[in-house]
Structure formats: structure tokens, C-alpha cells
Ligand binder design. Structure first.
Ligand code: FAD
Length: 441
């Protein structure tokens, strides 16, 4: 057993970041940018050099099999920034009393080859993992795929590659019509596979988009040959061992043949470590204040794993997006550095998180962009610009809070500015696409 405990040198703080994805990597680099001169340790269970996740369900599925996911930073950048990167390393324990993080490298899951490092500040950037619904016959190790990391995307890509000579005979059933399931559906259709998407709600994207956007996206999928089935509840998966495929059984009795099943029913936050360490949670996510600080003063949390207060959208906000991960990373890094400097006698106020959220998705020739959140919206205006372009504007008591745009970058950009400036918009003219947006805003 190898245990290395780095004793903190008084003048040298140690910051450990658990999770090296969009939030964790950006927090580490931002810390250096802010002048953090202490020891900086970045740990992730994933073996791959940290990479961009959004392409995994999109263009990456249609690139050659041996392509690596696009790295967030070159390997040399970590060395240059003096960031110690531990990959394939699972953090197993955080002792918040003694300020010690324990992890093992090599995935052994026990104390063999274990490391323990003492920290001054700890950042949880542990993200989330796919939900596996308890459906009889469904077994993630054996007969279904998920889509969260490079390994997941490579598994689907390998399957597509193996069937490439006869891909129209490859029947993929996607359970869940959220963004990730629909993006994968579009990539699979592009490759020529046969795709059926099964959704429990009465429309696709029900949790995250307006009805106009859902209807538009569903139409584009259908025009591109995907089958979209809503109000279907999958009740079982049955295996036809002789023929090597499975049946997805719905509770209305319908059965769909699947050579492979892809689950896209949402994620649950990776918060077990934080909970064991004693930080407060809200609905399973790590609660942070506007500075990204958890209920334990020197423990921070950023990105998909957080529940936070947003000045526009209120308490217990939870956002899963790259932009949110990046902005929270910046705020946490600035505050950690601020506290480190303040410890040396130079106090200044901490930064608050207040960025307006934005998000995008690419499916076929469709670019979806969203800015703001339609929380408590009491009015929405749809602006149909052409058959392929539309935008939906959401208001709370005449105040613009969110814009969804499909193939309409102008609506997205100008809408974002209007939310930011709290600008007045004449709603009666907004729905008329002959009225110039620039004049209206
Ligand atoms: P994650 O990316 O989930 O990273 C968390 C990391 O923590 C993981 O690498 C994990 O291995 C590590 N970890 C967890 N626990 C431990 C532990 N105990 N020990 C060591 N390591 C640990 N967002 C958009 O804005 N636009 C998009 O188009 C878009 N498309 C997406 C497509 C896909 C396929 C996926 C999966 C996500 C997409 N997202 C998109 C969402 C976006 O990728 C996430 O919001 C973002 O990755 C969140 O970053 P994060 O660093 O908070 O968490």
C-alpha cells in the first residue's frame, strides 16, 4: 500500500478539484489565471484526457472510429500551468475534518495504490451520471447503452461501425426524448440506422422546451425518417436470445424490436462524496451559495452537481450546461484565490454567480439556442420566421426572461441582450416576422 500525504506548507495552499470535465478543468486553469500559486491537483475517474462532451452525441458519432474526443486542453497545457492531473483515479473519501482527499489510481476500488492529499480548498466538480430506470429485463452492463462520457459514445460508435455495411438494418430504440436522446437520434439517422424514440410524456423535450419548439423538432425528426412515439411507458425489455435482439415492451402492449437500446431519461447528480463529507444537499444536488461555497467553508462545488441561488431565477436552481459549468468555475476560482490572498491580509469581497444561462443543441440542419430560463413565465410569443426558423419569447409580467431560437441566431443574440438590459419589447409586434427585431429591441 502506498500512501502519500502531502503536508501543506503554511505559505502554500493546496487546492484539489474532484472531476476534470468542463467545470473542473476550467476552475483549475482559472485559478492559475487569477494568480493561485499553491499546489493544484485535478482528479478524474475517466481515463481520457479531459474532453468536450457536447460533440459526443452529435458530430463525434459520425467521425472515424479511431478519432479521439476533442480535448479541452492539450496535455502540455496542464504541465505548463503546473496542474497535477490524475486520470483513471477515483476519489473514494473526503475527510472534511482533517481536510484529506483519498483516491486510488487504477480503479481498484480499495486502499491498494491509494493516495491521500491534504487540502486547503476542495472543489467538487463531479457532474452527473445517467439514470437507469428500474425496468424489468433492462441491464446496463448487458443490453443497453447510455451517453455521458467518451466510453459511452465509443460503445455506440463501435456498434455503428460493426454494422456499417448494412446499417439500415440496425434498429436502435432510444428511450427518452430529451436533448441527448434526440441528438443521438439525429446522428444515427445521418449514418443510416433505423431509429425509434420512445417518450413517456405527451411531447418530446417536455421538460426543457416550449410546445412550439417541441413540435418543430419532432417534425424535423420525422422528416428525416426517425419514428417518434410519445405517451409510451416502457414496462419491460425481453430478450430474443436465438435472434440476438430485444423487444421493448410498452405498457399499452406495443412491442418494438431493438438491436440496441440507448437510454436518455436524464441524469442524477454525483453527490455521494459531498454528502459523506457533510455538505448540505438539495434534491440530491450539492447546495452552494452565490459564491459557489458549500455549507462547509473551504469546500466548493461547481457545474452540473450544484443547486444554487440565481439572482433572476431564484433559489435551488439547477442547470446542466457547459456555460453554467464554465461560469461557476470562474466564480469559484476567483473566490478561492480571493480567500487565499485575504488569508495573507488583503481582503476583498467575494464574487457572486449571476450569469444568464444559455444552451445549444445541434440536430440535422437545426441549430437550437436558448438564453434565459422560462421560470414562472406567464406569456409566450412565437415568431415563425420561415418553415425552418422560429423563436419563442417568454415573459413574466411583461419582462422578457427567456428566448428559444431555432435557426435564428439573431433572436438568440438580440433576445439575450434584451434580457440583460431588461429592455421593453412590444409583444404585439414581436409575432410579426416582417417587423425587424433590431427595431423592436
Ligand atoms: P461532467 O461533465 O459530468 O464531469 C464530471 C466529472 O467528474 C466526470 O468526468 C467524472 O468522471 C468525474 N467524477 C465524478 N465523481 C468522481 C469521483 N468520485 N472521482 C473522480 N472523478 C469523479 N451542454 C450544452 O450546453 N450544450 C450541449 O450541446 C450539450 N450536449 C451534451 C451532450 C452530451 C452527450 C452530454 C453528456 C452532455 C451535454 N451537455 C451539453 C451538458 C454538458 O456536457 C454538461 O453540462 C457538462 O459536461 C457539465 O460539466 P461538469 O464538469 O459539471 O460535469
Amino acid at each position: 500500500m502506498v500512501t502519500i500525504v502531502s503536508e501543506q506548507i503554511q505559505s502554500q495552499p493546496v487546492c484539489i478539484v474532484v472531476g476534470a470535465s468542463h467545470a473542473g478543468v476550467n476552475c483549475a486553469f482559472e485559478l492559475r489565471k487569477q494568480g493561485f500559486s499553491g499546489r493544484l491537483v485535478l482528479i478524474d475517474a475517466d481515463m481520457h484526457l479531459p474532453y468536450h462532451r457536447p460533440p459526443l452525441s452529435k458530430a463525434f458519432l459520425n467521425t472515424p472510429l479511431d478519432d479521439a474526443p476533442a480535448p479541452l486542453k492539450a496535455k502540455s497545457a496542464y504541465e505548463q500551468a503546473d496542474i497535477e492531473l490524475f486520470l483513471g483515479a477515483m476519489v473514494t473519501k473526503v475527510d472534511a475534518k482533517e481536510n484529506i482527499v483519498s483516491f486510488n489510481k487504477g480503479g481498484s476500488g480499495n486502499a491498494e495504490n491509494g493516495y491521500s492529499i491534504k487540502y486547503t480548498h476542495l472543489v467538487f466538480a463531479t457532474g452527473a451520471s445517467p439514470i437507469i430506470p428500474p425496468i424489468p429485463g433492462l441491464n446496463v452492463a448487458e443490453n443497453c447503452l447510455v451517453m455521458r462520457n467518451a466510453k459511452d459514445a465509443l460503445a455506440l460508435k463501435s456498434l455503428m461501425h460493426a454494422k456499417r455495411e448494412n446499417i439500415s438494418n440496425l434498429n436502435i430504440v432510444i428511450v427518452g426524448a430529451g436533448y441527448i436522446g434526440l441528438e443521438a437520434a439525429a446522428s444515427l439517422r445521418k449514418a443510416g440506422a433505423s431509429v425509434t424514440v420512445i417518450e413517456r410524456e405527451e411531447r418530446i423535450l417536455a421538460r426543457v422546451a416550449s410546445e412550439s419548439v417541441s413540435n418543430h423538432v419532432a417534425r424535423i425528426h420525422q422528416e428525416n425518417g426517425a419514428t417518434i412515439l410519445c405517451q409510451r411507458n416502457v414496462s419491460a425489455v425481453e430478450r430474443d436470445t436465438d435472434k440476438g435482439f430485444q423487444w421493448i415492451v410498452c405498457d399499452n402492449g406495443e412491442r418494438y424490436r431493438a438491436d440496441a437500446i440507448l437510454l436518455g431519461v436524464g441524469v442524477r447528480v454525483n453527490s455521494e462524496l459531498a454528502q459523506e463529507a457533510g455538505t448540505s444537499l438539495h434534491r440530491g444536488a450539492i447546495s452552494v451559495n452565490t459564491h459557489m461555497q458549500t455549507s462547509i467553508k473551504n469546500i466548493w462545488a461547481i457545474g452540473d452537481c450544484t443547486s444554487f441561488t440565481h439572482p433572476l431565477y431564484g433559489e435551488n436552481s439547477h442547470i446542466e450546461s457547459v456555460q453554467n459549468a464554465l461560469e461557476q468555475a470562474k466564480v469559484a476560482a476567483k473566490n478561492i484565490q480571493q480567500i487565499s490572498v485575504a488569508d495573507a491580509g488583503d481582503a476583498a469581497p467575494l464574487q457572486n454567480y449571476k450569469a444568464i444561462p444559455w444552451f445549444w443543441s445541434d440536430q440535422y440542419n437545426m441549430k437550437l439556442q436558448m438564453v434565459g430560463l422560462p421560470v414562472n413565465a406567464d406569456c409566450q410569443v412565437t415568431r415563425q420566421e420561415s418553415k425552418e426558423a422560429l423563436s419563442v419569447w417568454h415573459f413574466v409580467q411583461n419582462k422578457l426572461v427567456s428566448v428559444e431560437a431555432i435557426n435564428s441566431p439573431k433572436s438568440y443574440v438580440l433576445g439575450g441582450r434584451a434580457i440583460d438590459k431588461n429592455a421593453f419589447i412590444d409583444k404585439s409586434k414581436l409575432a410579426d416576422p416582417s417587423q425587424s427585431l433590431a427595431d423592436l429591441l
